[in-house]
Design a protein around this ligand. Structure first.
Ligand code: KG4
Ligand code: ZN
Length: 350
């Protein structure tokens, strides 16, 4: 059994968890949403400062709740990439310091590997290979997971990530930040068929469409045009916000589901795992469950709290890495960008 204390500060949640393999012993998530809401999005400097103010209290709380002595902790981990560098640095420095003080191995974890590992926390029997639909604020990918550290990206977005599209359309509709949950809530009262919107196919130079890639910028622009037309015709006060939100959300879900099912079938993968903040979306969950059932595929969504950023997923990935002998150097730095397929570079040979 491997027990890890993990810290996640890549964006606007300060999160600390203690995880024993695939079991969460304790976890805290201090959200900064209220702070950034005023600005309509995450302000990096403000995020770093807030992480700094609260990270120690989160660590203390995680330790107290897990009721584990330091001797029971086998390693200390933190998200080191990708993310806001100033924000990442806070968690990374805290983790390195704890590793030094308590003489424990230190591991830097790739944030997206963490999102994939959220699935192991909700289904302890899950094992690769499987197809992961990873949809977050910064990423939209279809990844074949063959093993820990063995990731093949089969599809991606050519422009905006799915979560980014939710956030931008929410702003356009005056629904505020964070956009995904606001659109999800508003769409419950709307008609998803009210507006026909483009589902973002990506053409190939040789003709036809890329089967697994998506594009959300055209969809975002189509919503903008609709809003402009409707405002010109009837005024901003009469905008059918719920119908627009429902039509947008259903289009994003349809486009992701079509590509995911096709990819799973082509690859002969019978298990689909969804991960990342957008995997919390109710319409995506509904459509993917329904489509998977008609093709006899198994689909797994982590609970909502493990879809969005948290430290338990980082701890779960770190526990497996540690058990395999992976260790990071204390000289490891925070990186704003790092492809998931480069995650193994974060470790030295033990
Ligand atoms: O994974 P995550 O918490 O952070 C990143 O790694 O980016 O994802 C955040 C994204 C945001 O764009 C947010 O609007 C979106 O996930 N999101 C949702 C929902 N909940 C969060 N999008 C659609 N529907 C939701 N219910
Ligand atoms: Zn994330």
């Amino acid at each position: 059994m491997t027990t890890v204390l993990a810290i996640e500060t890549s964006c606007d949640e300060t999160a600390v968890a203690i995880v024993k393999n695939r079991e969460i012993l304790s976890q805290t998530v201090a959200s900064q949403v209220a702070t950034h809401q005023v600005y309509g999005g995450v302000v990096p400097e403000v995020a770093s400062r807030q992480h700094l103010e609260i990270v120690n209290a989160c660590i203390e709380q995680a330790i107290a709740t897990a009721a584990q002595p330091w001797s029971a902790i086998d390693g200390i981990a933190a998200t080191c990439a990708p993310g806001l560098v100033g924000a990442l640095l806070v968690g990374l420095t805290a983790a390195k310091t704890l590793a030094l003080v308590h003489d424990k191995p230190f591991l830097g974890i790739h944030h997206l590997e963490g999102h994939i590992y959220a699935s192991y926390l909700s289904d302890r029997q899950l094992h690769p290979p499987f197809l992961c639909l990873l949809v977050s604020g910064g990423h939209t990918s279809l990844i074949r997971v063959a093993d820990c550290g063995e990731y093949e990206q089969l599809g991606a977005t050519r422009d905006d990530a799915a979560g980014e599209a939710f956030d931008k359309v929410a702003r356009l509709l005056g629904l505020g930040y964070p956009g995904g949950p606001a659109i999800d809530r508003t769409a419950q009262a709307g008609n998803p068929q009210a507006f026909a919107l483009p589902d973002g196919k990506v053409s190939r130079p040789e003709g036809g469409y890329h089967p697994y890639d998506s594009s959300f910028s055209g969809l975002k622009t189509a919503v903008l045009r609709r809003v402009q037309q409707l405002t010109a015709a009837a005024g901003a006060d009469l905008l059918p916000i719920a119908d627009l939100a429902a039509s947008f959300q259903a289009t994003v879900a349809r486009s992701l589901v079509q590509r995911t099912i096709r990819c799973a079938l082509d690859q002969g993968l019978t298990t689909i795992v969804a991960a990342g903040g957008v995997a919390a979306n109710s319409e995506l969950r509904r459509q993917l469950h329904a489509a998977a059932a008609t093709h006899d595929l198994t689909v797994q969504f982590p609970p909502l709290s493990l879809c969005t950023d948290n430290a338990a997923m980082i701890g779960c990935a770190a526990a497996e890495r540690l058990a395999r002998g992976d260790r990071s150097s204390l000289a490891l730095n925070a990186r704003s960008r790092l492809h998931l397929t480069a995650a193994n570079q974060l470790y030295q040979l033990a």
